[in-house]
Design a protein around this ligand. Structure first.
Ligand code: CTP
Ligand code: MG
Length: 246
């Protein structure tokens, strides 16, 4: 077995089993996630695959920010300046740095800008020429599929959206860390769900103020993020890149 690679002594085998079980469940969910939409498509008349693609496109700048914070923040200056909160624990901890935050915001905004150009010049013209079911029809925010001017916003508004998604990411992430410290969790200690969704909820909240979307896109974005995270971690562990499967 290649299990020795993972220094088994330091990890709890029960945890590994749970991770594998979760991975299997989420693997099945992911398959359903891909199979159900076409079926739903038949039932609802909406193109669900398109909805998944659009929701991933929507939050892509936040993913870019979140991933690049790790790169820019290595050994950076802590945002909390090393200070502790009333409870004697760090306010945020060494995992939240200025370099990570600023590098992440810039990266996410640039990614948002690139995607905006692709949306306006490639995807939107395609939308206009193709017949895409009912997707373009929802005209008010109450509709779960409401798209508004998502694909063809005024240019500066589009840039602002990328920036707000990128700004909301470290803020949501810091709020998550703040609560982790209050619950006595050390920097880097896993807090399932919180770790995966804090940044995304921050990003969506900020962008939503300027650019509201139907709730269906947001639900799919959150779902996809949890699925991708669990699968990536377990596969990463199996392949020997990660020390724990979570
Ligand atoms: N990072 C950073 N600045 C930020 C956010 C992240 O420098 N504002 C970097 C840090 O090096 C951090 C890594 O990205 O260790 C991973 O981010 P995250 O998992 O959010 O931080 P943790 O170290 O796990 O800390 P916490 O327990 O507070 O989540
Ligand atoms: Mg972490």
């Amino acid at each position: 077995m290649d299990a020795q690679k993972h220094e088994e002594k330091s990890i709890n085998p029960r945890g590994v089993k749970i991770a594998y079980t979760l991975c299997a469940i989420f693997g099945i969910l992911l398959i359903l996630y891909l199979i159900l939409p076409p079926l739903l498509n038949i039932w609802t008349g909406y193109d669900m695959i398109l909805i998944i693609c659009l929701s991933l496109l929507y939050i892509a700048p936040a993913y870019a920010t979140n991933a690049s914070m790790v790169v820019f923040g290595r050994n950076g200056t802590p945002i909390d300046g090393g200070r502790s909160f009333r409870d004697g624990k760090r306010i945020l901890g060494d995992g939240k740095t200025w370099q990570g935050m600023i590098g992440g915001i810039i990266t996410g905004t640039v990614v948002g800008l690139i995607l905006l150009v692709i949306m306006q010049f490639v995807i939107w013209p395609y939308f206009q020429s193709a017949i895409i079911g009912n997707l373009l029809y929802p005209m008010n925010l109450d509709d779960p599929m409401y798209l508004g001017a998502f694909l063809n916003p005024p240019f500066l508004m589009g840039v602002l959206r990328g920036f707000l998604l990128s700004l909301g990411t470290p803020i949501g992430d810091m709020i998550g860390s703040f609560f982790k410290r209050r619950f006595n969790l050390e920097r880097g200690a896993p807090a399932p769900v919180v770790d995966q969704l804090d940044f995304l909820l921050g990003a969506i909240l900020f962008a939503y103020i300027v650019f509201p979307l139907g709730w269906m896109y947001i639900v799919f974005a959150l779902l996809a993020t949890i699925l991708i995270h669990v699968l990536a971690n377990t596969v990463g562990y199996k392949m020997g890149y990660k020390r724990q499967p979570w």
